[in-house]
Ligand binder design. Structure first.
Ligand code: FAD
Length: 414
């Protein structure tokens, strides 16, 4: 039965960082990974460019039950210490105009490569196609049993099995089951950073259209959140960064059984009053053109007819036939096109899992379980999720580093 000082369950971003850190601190480390290779999810991050962190790192970019927990973790391992760690691993990076950090190569595979080199350099044993099916703690030792009954033992274990998002890439929620078996509570998981489903007759014709917009989510008449960015229409709703960011709130609106609605401002830079004046002037000047033609160069072409239909205006009507009421209605749609939200896509399509292991049961200094000595957590398995922009990977790196270091120190101490 192979024995390690530290067994890392899960070879994703946080498990790899935890293993490298623990090995650098002198521990003998093994990784158990259920997929046929480590880091599968990392390869698709940031559209395969890997947005690995963000220079605007702040606890406000994170969600979860315990803000103080998040603050403590990010204080211990912030964006600068993370970039220093990566620099030591050989990463060259660049920063875009939203402070998002990418490898200079713009290849996620290159980030995985340097992590793999470090694992190999520090003699970390990697077992792939090795799904941990059972995790037991007996006589101050952890025993992990795989599906094929093979067993591994360790003095300490780091649970880095991710959440439940995109199980095709590895994280299928089995980490939650392992944590539950040892007495931990799981805050019910739900999808975050996920496409939104809406009820709107025009979606089929709008599919694939992208436009800059401000999205505002309403629960009944109450404004919940507002996000600006490039929106993309899909065949059944909304995608793009503002839609993904706002999606997290939909779960709680649905739980309160409130009506959920999104208003889209298609012309964020244009105040409504100016827009109305300019449209009236336009219709006077271009009275011979159709309503459709007068909106060309204002909106993306595929948006024009659906917008006019929503405003109750025929696209063939001449500019000089458009009434004042119709202009008011058009401005209302352009500045607040209302979409009824029916839900989100599932965890299988989400970028991140919200919910997870209750952080009340985890030490915020060391990430050690408060229930089982020698058990550590890192990454998305915990009840913490971040906004778009590199914040989720930063959480994986920070927690991986802290869990790896604490586990190595404890294992030496033991
Ligand atoms: C399409 C997509 C794009 C993304 N882009 C970005 C981005 O650009 N920037 C950003 O910050 N975040 C991004 N994210 C989120 C980010 O990838 C995750 O938050 C991060 O990978 C979480 O790391 P983790 O190690 O905690 O979990 P994971 O990366 O999910 O790794 C968990 C690992 O554990 C393994 N595992 C699970 N159960 C077991 C078991 N029982 N036994 C053994 N192994 C097990 C899994 O196979 C997996 O390899 C993206 C996510 C997706 C899906």
């Amino acid at each position: 039965m192979p024995h390690s000082d530290i067994l890392v369950i899960g070879g994703g971003a946080s498990g790899i960082m935890a293993a490298i850190t623990a090995a650098r601190h002198g521990a003998h480390v093994s990784i158990l990974e259920r997929m046929n290779r480590i880091g599968k999810k990392l390869l698709v991050t940031g559209n395969s460019r890997c947005n690995l962190t963000n220079l605007s790192l702040h606890p406000d970019h994170y969600h979860g039950a315990r803000k103080a927990f998040i603050e403590k973790i990010l204080k211990q391992c912030n964006v600068h210490s993370t970039l220093k760690l990566f620099q030591n691993l050989g990463l060259a990076w660049k920063v875009d105009n939203e402070n998002r950090v990418y490898p200079l190569s713009e290849q996620a595979s290159s980030v995985l490569d340097i992590l793999r080199f470090a694992l190999s350099h520090h003699h970390v044993d990697i077992y792939c196609s090795a799904k941990a099916d059972r995790l037991e703690y007996r006589n101050h030792q952890f025993i992990v049993t795989l599906k094929n009954h093979r067993q591994f033992t360790a003095d300490t274990t780091i649970l880095a099995a991710g959440g439940q998002a995109r199980k095709d890439l590895g994280s299928n929620g089995s980490g939650f089951e392992l944590a539950e078996c040892l007495g931990h509570h799981i805050i019910s998981p739900f999808p975050a950073l996920v496409k939104i489903r809406c009820d709107c007759p025009y979606l089929k014709s709008l599919k694939g259209t992208r436009t800059d917009a401000v999205l505002t989510l309403f629960s009944g008449n109450e404004k919940v959140d507002s996000v600006t960015g490039e929106l993309m229409f899909t065949e059944d709703g909304l995608s793009g960064i503002p839609a993904l960011e706002i999606s997290r709130h939909i779960h709680s609106v649905a739980q309160h059984k409130k009506e959920c609605r999104i208003q889209i401002d298609l012309l964020p830079a244009y105040p409504a009053d100016n827009l109305k004046t300019d449209l009236i002037m336009r219709y006077q000047m271009l009275g011979h053109m159709t309503a459709e033609q007068t909106l060309i160069t204002i909106l993306k072409k595929r948006l024009i007819i659906p917008v006019l239909k929503s405003a109750g205006i025929s696209h063939q009507i001449r500019g000089n036939q458009i009434s004042n009421d119709q202009v008011n209605q058009l401005v209302r749609v352009l500045k607040g096109w209302s979409f009824s939200v029916t839900g989100t896509r599932s965890l299988n399509e989400a970028q991140v899992t919200a919910g997870g292991v209750d952080t009340e049961e985890i030490d915020s200094e060391t990430l050690e379980s408060l229930l089982i000595p020698g058990l550590y957590f890192s990454g998305e398995i915990m009840d913490v999720d971040g906004d778009c922009g590199g914040y989720n990977l930063q959480w994986a790196w920070s927690t991986g580093y802290i869990a790896g270091k604490s586990a190595a120190e404890a294992s030496k101490g033991g």
